[in-house]
Ligand binder design. Structure first.
Ligand code: CAO
Length: 550
């Protein structure tokens, strides 16, 4: 072994590419496969790995140079070798570098005299995302698309990505299917592109659905339910490639190679807030370091992206013995969702007491009758029905606020989530179409869902599509609490333990069974007066359930 000259690998094009980052300097020790340099073409960024462990002897290029396949990049002396006479080898080393996002080789032209050429549209650079599920093809074979039309939608744990058409053309073949797990560079579809540029304005396709959303506590993405209730814990929906001029960049859309993304991840830096100094505004490692220095210099840092004060790590062992208990996935997901809701939804909680004396008497009588058939009418079932009736009377409690803040999505279905306490944590299965179900049916369903929850057998679908939630702590105790709105819903009812109270009837105090209700709501959507009206309506309905029949 001696000194190896690292050369520009096959970059999938004969055009020169830019050296946008030299990740090492002379004298650095590098491990095999460590990124030593990043190249960028119009369509891809390519990390060049060290073919062997060794020491950088000489840099033969600098940032800004343009190079072609085979051009020498740098000399590296193999570990344990003293770099004597240079011994050129044929780079690239094994394994060849993976283009992060490049155009797959064009298929042969459709015909010799055709004006059309076919190209395979690949999955673009997914950055730090390992793989993403193809959840939607927005086009079919034979469709005509304009440049930038959405072709497909991918979804990972972190984000949804719309894949735009690189040029106007006609879709000639779909090369993947919905449900496939795809990585950067995998073939999506074949596009026949007009050699003269094509008509970039005509299109038969509409972009994909405009919103995604994170699941309610502990739920998983599901396309059918997504149409109704959607969310994304991280950047909601990001378009692959460069964002349009007015669009705010997100960490997923900024120009940065995988090595820079890795560094940013390690340092907890949101790349969306970093100014790139590289070619075309590309972020290089020095930019990330400079960003961190600047934030430190500013002092009193903030949690990236949220504007919230950073919480310092505390070494509790200084004060006594401690144990670190890793949270299970359910608790982590619930915590993230609850936190997001708490910081984004301006909460107000309205309290009231409902007189359920007659209702409880009715419930007890009916339960004696129903017991033989295996039914148990619970107060929660009556509450669910009463809420469904109240939601019909106050429809904007059954809506979601569009993320733009410009519109409400009014739902014409009433699905009520019921918080269930399980040994693993909180889950919220959903009673669908509660307005159309009888109270016995609702009671049976809640009982079955609660059992499924405790047996950890709920499916993601069981927890999706809720439009309003109830959190009942009545079986446990307490007089009032402030439940957290289960975003994207806009209100939630908390129920505490009923108790006998002396109630003044105008002449004397009467013993009445009073049920404490706590209605938390999103003040962006619901005014305080409406919340008072809603909870009063609910109280009156519980006081006399015959109102539910009206
Ligand atoms: N006042 C007085 N007693 C009540 C009551 C109330 N508001 N609600 C229920 N009870 C009584 C019931 O009548 C039942 O007694 P009986 O067996 O004698 O009839 C007993 O308390 C137990 O009820 P339960 O809790 O088993 O049934 P439920 O229908 O009230 O609730 C469920 C079911 C799944 C909601 C409940 O078990 C549960 O998990 N609650 C916790 C929800 C939670 O954690 N919320 C917090 C979310 S935010 O962190």
């Amino acid at each position: 072994m001696g000194v190896e000259t690292i050369k520009v690998p096959d970059v999938g094009s004969s055009d020169p590419v830019d050296v946008i980052e030299v990740s090492v300097k002379v004298g650095d020790t590098v491990a095999a496969e460590e990124t030593i340099l990043v190249l960028e073409s119009d369509k891809a960024s390519i990390e060049v790995p060290a073919p062997l462990a060794g020491t950088v002897k000489q840099l033969l290029v600098k940032v800004g140079d343009r190079v072609k396949e085979g051009d020498p990049l740098m000399e590296v002396a193999a570990s344990g070798d003293d770099a004597s006479p240079a011994e050129e080898t044929t780079a690239p080393a094994e394994p060849p570098p993976q283009p992060a996002a490049t155009e797959a080789p064009a298929a042969p032209a459709a015909s010799a005299d055709s004006e059309e050429r076919e190209q395979v549209v690949p999955v673009p650079d997914l950055g730090d995302i390992d793989g993403a599920e193809l959840i939607e093809f927005s086009v079919a074979e034979g469709d005509t698309v304009a440049a930038e039309d959405v072709l497909a939608v991918l979804e990972s744990d972190k984000a949804s990505l719309e894949i735009p058409a690189p040029a106007a053309g006609t879709v000639t073949a779909l090369l993947a299917k919905v449900g496939d797990k795809l990585g950067s560079g995998d073939a999506l579809l074949r596009l026949s592109v007009s050699a003269t540029g094509g008509d970039e304005t005509s299109s038969t396709q509409k972009p994909a659905a405009s919103e995604t959303a994170s699941p309610a506590p502990a739920s998983q993405p599901d396309r059918s339910a997504k149409a109704a209730e959607q969310a994304a814990p991280e950047p909601a929906r990001v378009e692959a490639g460069s964002p349009p001029a007015q669009q705010q960049p997100t960490s997923a859309t900024v120009h940065a190679g995988p090595a820079v993304r890795k560094l940013a991840r390690e340092l907890g830096v949101d790349l969306a807030g970093v100014t790139g100094s590289g070619v075309k505004g590309r972020i290089v490692k020095d930019d990330v370091h400079a960003h961190v220095k600047q934030r430190l210099a500013q002092g009193g840092g903030a949690t990236a992206g949220t504007g919230l004060p950073t919480l310092p790590d505390i070494d509790f062992s200084r004060f006594g013995e401690v144990e670190r208990i890793e949270l299970n996935k359910l608790r982590k997901v619930s915590a993230a969702n609850l936190h997001r809701s708490w910081v984004t939804v301006p909460h107000v909680t309205q309290h009231d007491d409902a007189d359920i004396t007659d209702l409880e008497a009715f419930r007890q009588t009916q339960n004696q009758r129903l017991k033989a058939d295996g039914h148990k009418l619970t107060m929660l079932a009556f509450l669910t029905k009463a809420c469904a009736v109240a939601l019909q009377a106050f429809p904007h409690f059954n809506s979601s606020l569009e993320n733009t803040g410009e519109a409400l999505i009014q739902k014409h279905y009433i699905n009520i989530g019921v918080a269930v306490d399980t040994p693993n944590g909180l889950v919220v299965p959903v009673v669908r179409d509660a307005d159309r179900k009888g109270i016995i049916e609702i009671a049976d369903e809640i009982s079955a869902l609660a059992q499924k929850a405790r047996d950890r057998k709920l499916s993601p679908g069981d927890m999706q599509g809720g439009t309003f939630s109830i959190s009942s702590l009545g079986g446990i105790g307490g007089t009032a609490f402030t439940p957290i709105v289960n975003w994207p819903e806009v209100a939630i009812l908390g129920v505490s333990r009923s108790s006998m109270q002396p109630v003044w009837d105008g002449d004397s105090f009467q013993p009445r069974l009073m049920l404490p209700l706590s209605l938390s709501y999103d003040h962006r959507v619901i005014d305080g007066a409406d919340a008072a009206r809603f909870i009063t309506f609910l109280s009156e309905t519980l006081q006399d359930m015959r109102r539910a029949l009206l």
